[in-house]
Design a protein around this ligand. Structure first.
Ligand code: TEU
Length: 568
């Protein structure tokens, strides 16, 4: 096996919603035709994998996470034919596509639910979760506090209560029913046949849970193994990426001890502590999360991300830590959401400060794992807090300074494009930033290029290096005969760092971006001055070593061993 076979390890994932990306037919809603025309933009940026948020037939009461027909494209985005055209162009450009698999629940508009509620004897009745009485704990486990008041709602047609972990228009599927499991496989098979490279699995901890009134917490991880087996019989190199916001010590249950379940998991543990570190300069909880998520099977991988399409969840921080992040990044109540998170976009959270944005992106692209970016962050898009809940950060992509930011030529569009004086489309757009060599867009493109040339980060083992400055995160990556070192200064102060690298040939550190190399001092340490919020990526060793390793990235080498891949 070569490095290219485990393509997801060194991928750059870009998450987008077809509805908000590009409208080609002028009806005000983004579509596959429009997205297809923008694929060359994504290829130019260096994206290797696109994650599409739900584009299926849906009443769209939760941004498409309420699916009515799992086997179709919503007609506002085009037809299945347009989808296949889009897939074909993505393939031609070498871009892989993964799609959201939302099978913890369906929409109330799904024909399965319609049949289930209409008739107690229906084959579909047991596809959902029912109770005659409303369970006493029906307020426990609500996901959207403030918007959702219960997890059990009475359905008059059915004459019973149904369970819904999320909004009441999203009845939970009974995933312990073998027919439901078979249907999930069928859905996967359908989209695999159309060429997708895998799935971002929504709400995995809930999906595998046993559901019902008065049932003790019980999870069936075998569901994940069954899905993985099915997936790989149908398409050997396809992947499952889990959205599972669970404590680090539960993560091996999702990967499986021998990597037999899901290949990828979003790293929520690191994500929350990363924002705490950005807010306070205190890197200790981040180091803890990195070390806690160090262990993984050789074929598995963490996905690192900054902001997503959801709120910035801070629910796993200590209350006082959470307060500090709120104070720094969301000081007004209207910027916060669900008592646990922040609903703003990345750039406004960081005060539109270029140094801090670069620091955040440098971390995204150098923390151990596969980076995933949210559409629009590459140009520093803002948010519109007048829009409700999480919608504020889901506005149309800003392409040009024309009307609606070049997203659509329609008079009215699906959501207003941002038009405030700081983040409005006239100032912040792709066309403008293309012309400016120093723009965030061009800078991001350069970082992605560098990142793709650094398989040590995604394939190697890593260690956090202890230094004299607690506000600096210093890391070393080792893979085969090469090593890298990254430094990130979370503080607003210049720092004089003393660093012991502890790798072979560490007398020279060769900086990847600006060429400010470092030579080891007689006492065995490097002395490096870091400006406020500065970051550095170094290759360890003199330039000949740099040449050696370019040979490693072209895929002529064997599969990693467990030792290579950071088994601890
Ligand atoms: O989110 C599932 C989920 O569990 C989240 O609510 C998560 O716990 C929370 O946002 C903390 O980050 C997914 C989608 O990402 C979200 O947009 C949907 O609303 C939700 O599923 C329901 O389908």
């Amino acid at each position: 096996m070569s490095i290219d076979d485990l393509w997801y390890k060194n991928a750059v994932i870009y998450c987008l919603d077809v509805e908000k990306y590009q409208d080609a037919n002028g009806d005000g809603v983004g579509d596959f035709e429009g997205l297809m025309r923008r694929l060359d933009y994504l290829a130019g940026l260096g994206v290797t994998c696109v994650w599409l948020q739900p584009f299926y037939s849906s009443p769209n009461r939760d941004n498409g996470y309420d699916v009515a027909d799992y086997y179709n494209v919503h007609d506002k985005h085009g037809s299945l034919g347009d989808f296949v055209n889009f897939m074909n162009h993505a393939k031609a450009l070498g871009i892989r596509v993964i799609v959201d698999l939302v099978v913890n629940h369906s929409s109330v508009d799904c024909p399965w639910f319609k049949a289930a509620r209409a008739d107690k004897q229906s084959f579909f009745r047991d596809w959902y979760v029912w109770a005659d009485e409303r369970p006493k704990n029906h307020r426990e486990g609500i996901v959207f506090p403030g918007q959702q008041t219960t997890t059990w709602t009475f359905d008059r047609k059915a004459g019973q209560y149904y369970f819904h972990r999320f909004y009441n228009h999203q009845p939970d599927l009974n995933t312990w029913n073998p027919y439901v499991r078979a249907e999930i496989h069928k859905i996967m098979g359908f989209w695999l046949q159309l060429g997708v490279s895998g799935f971002r699995m929504d709400a995995v901890p809930f999906l595998i849970g046993k559901k019902g009134a008065g049932i003790e917490r019980q999870q069936d991880f075998n569901i994940l193994k069954e899905m993985r087996d099915f997936l790989q019989w149908r398409s050997g190199d396809a992947i499952l990426l889990a959205e599972a916001n669970v404590p680090p010590d539960e993560s091996m249950n999702y990967f499986g001890d021998d990597g037999e379940r899901l290949q990828l998991m979003l790293n929520f543990a690191v994500n929350q502590r990363l924002f705490y570190a950005l807010a306070t300069g205190d890197t200790e909880p981040l180091v803890w999360a990195l070390e806690q998520t160090h262990k993984r099977p050789a074929n598995a991988q963490w996905v690192q991300f900054l902001r997503s399409h959801d709120e910035q969840d801070l629910g796993r921080l200590e209350p006082e830590q959470r307060e500090q992040v709120f104070k720094a990044f969301a000081p007004q109540k209207r910027m916060q959401l669900y008592d646990r998170g922040i609903r703003r976009r990345l750039t406004p959270m960081l005060g539109n400060n270029r140094q801090r944005l670069e620091l955040a992106f440098s971390l995204l692209f150098s923390l151990p794992g596969t980076p995933m970016m949210q559409y629009g962050d590459e140009i520093g898009m803002g948010d519109n807090l007048r829009l409700p809940e999480r919608e504020c950060a889901r506005t149309p992509m800003q392409w040009t300074s024309e009307r609606h930011g070049g997203f659509s030529r329609a008079r009215r569009i699906v959501r207003p494009v941002i038009d405030d004086p700081v983040y409005g489309y006239e100032k912040v757009n792709v066309a403008e930033q293309r012309r400016d060599p120093q723009s965030l867009l061009n800078w991001t493109e350069r970082v992605i290029r560098a990142r793709r040339e650094c398989p040590e980060i995604s394939w190697g083992d890593f260690a956090v290096l202890r230094t004299n400055i607690p506000e600096v995160l210093a890391m070393r990556y080792d893979w085969r005969q090469t090593s890298m070192v990254t430094l990130h200064n979370f503080s607003n102060h210049e720092q004089k760092l003393r660093l012991r690298v502890g790798a072979e040939r560490d007398e020279m550190l060769m900086e990847v971006f600006d060429g400010r190399h470092s030579r080891r001092q007689n006492d065995g340490q490097h002395r490096i001055t870091l400006e406020p919020y500065a970051w550095r990526w170094y290759r360890v060793g003199a330039p000949d070593n740099v040449l050696d390793r370019s040979d490693l990235s072209v895929g002529r080498h064997d599969a990693p061993t467990a030792r290579d891949a950071g088994k601890s």
